[in-house]
Ligand binder design. Structure first.
Ligand code: PMP
Length: 374
């Protein structure tokens, strides 16, 4: 009870937490403010950050264990992570840039392509790292509302790109989108790339690529092969369950990679992450198994919610949004009091609760709590 009360106090009784959540804090900011005291962390159901609850596969753990012997070195063999990613996509190593998570990739893309007083274009809500970067450097973001069915409105994005032609620095497209889980179909990506002014870089964030089932979706990676100004961001945090290790990458034409590289620190990726990444790329069987389990849990949970009469936005990811028909702020706090962390509010969708897929037990606790609270 003591722990529970502390946790409730930590999350539930600080009015400033609620208040700030309404003003769209950045992802890193949210993670910092949501940090659970370490003695309570394991007991809490973590359905708030779209992590992979099952952890890295045995092969990845083994690779990291072997890599520990280099923990005291600078010039260690690095497992060939850049080569492995390049081979995975059939490109040259010049087309790859490693980041400490894809967050760092999004940041360096913004640093490379967005000068002060220019504009980045995208939708809202979406993953907001590049918008936060824009605010920080006195650039600005043109954020369009989502279209019908909470999907990204591609004709509206094309129009806004043309209307802002002189100020536009780059376009950010999160596909599938976080927080809605909705995909942009391959035909729509084509429409976007062909409709916007020529030469404008498009940063396509495919953090949740591995969870998609919709046959009308496709990775935009072939556009890089065509030499278009497209930057794909990928992460090992989701399907490979390495969020705490920090490993992501960009795939882009070599000239764009070079522009981004200038804004990147050196020695930012640690040895364990490098070896873990190589092993994760090889372990496709583990990824398929994780994906099957996560998608099964998502379908089961969302079917229950639909059965209770709540609308769920069709998701192609390891999380979903449910319309709870009332403000999410207090409901999030109620879940926290029951030691369940769910997603923060995502303005302007303030009646939609974002829930990440956790373990079967966590999803059961979530459903039990949902019935009590909502
Ligand atoms: N892009 C999207 C769409 C995300 O949801 C996240 C994390 N939640 C990231 C990028 C960043 O992930 P990471 O830095 O762990 O790779």
């Amino acid at each position: 009870m003591g722990g529970l009360a502390t946790l409730a106090g930590y999350y539930g009784l600080r009015p400033d937490l609620n208040l700030r959540a309404q003003t769209q804090p950045g992802a890193a900011d949210v993670v910092e403010r949501s940090r659970v005291p370490s003695d309570q962390y394991d007991a809490v159901a973590k359905l708030c950050f779209n992590e992979n609850p099952f952890g890295p596969s045995p092969a990845v753990l083994e690779a990291m264990t072997q890599a520990f012997k280099y923990a005291n070195r600078y010039g260690y063999p690095d497992g060939g992570i850049v080569q492995a990613i390049a081979a995975h996509h059939g490109v040259s190593t010049d087309n790859i840039l490693l980041g400490a998570g894809s967050t760092e990739i999004l940041e360096v893309a913004a640093a490379a392509f967005l000068p002060a007083h220019k504009k980045v274009l995208g939708v809202e809500p979406t993953f907001s790292t590049v918008y936060e970067y824009a605010t920080g450097i006195d650039a600005s973001a043109v954020r369009l509302p989502l279209g019908p069915d909470f999907r990204q409105d591609i004709p509206a994005l094309v129009k806004a790109a043309r209307d802002n032609r002189t100020q536009l620095a780059f376009v950010y497209l999160c596909n599938p989108n976080n927080p809605t889980g909705a995909v942009v179909h391959k035909e729509e990506v084509k429409q976007l790339l062909e409709g916007i002014p020529e030469g404008i870089p498009v940063l396509i964030d495919e953090a949740y690529h591995h969870f998609v089932e919709d046959p009308d979706y496709a990775t935009s990676f072939p556009y890089v092969l065509e030499g278009r100004p497209v930057i794909i961001a990928r992460t090992f945090s989701k399907i490979a369950a390495l969020a705490g290790l920090r490993l992501g990458y960009a795939v882009a034409p070599a000239a764009l990679i070079e522009r981004m590289r200038r804004h990147l620190g050196t020695m930012h990726i640690n040895v364990l992450a490098r070896y873990a990444g190589v092993a994760a790329l090889k372990d496709t069987a583990a990824q398929t198994a994780t994906r099957t389990t996560i998608l099964g849990l998502r379908k089961k949970t969302t079917a229950e919610l639909t059965g209770l009469g709540y609308k769920v936005i069709p998701s192609e990811t390891n999380f979903f949004m449910v319309d709870i028909r009332r403000p999410v702020g207090p409901v999030i706090q109620d879940f926290r009091r029951r030691q369940i962390l769910v997603g923060r509010p995502f303005p302007p969708m303030l009646q939609h609760l974002r829930v990440s897929i956790g373990t079967p037990d966590e999803m059961q606790s979530f459903l039990t709590a949902f019935k009590q609270i909502v």
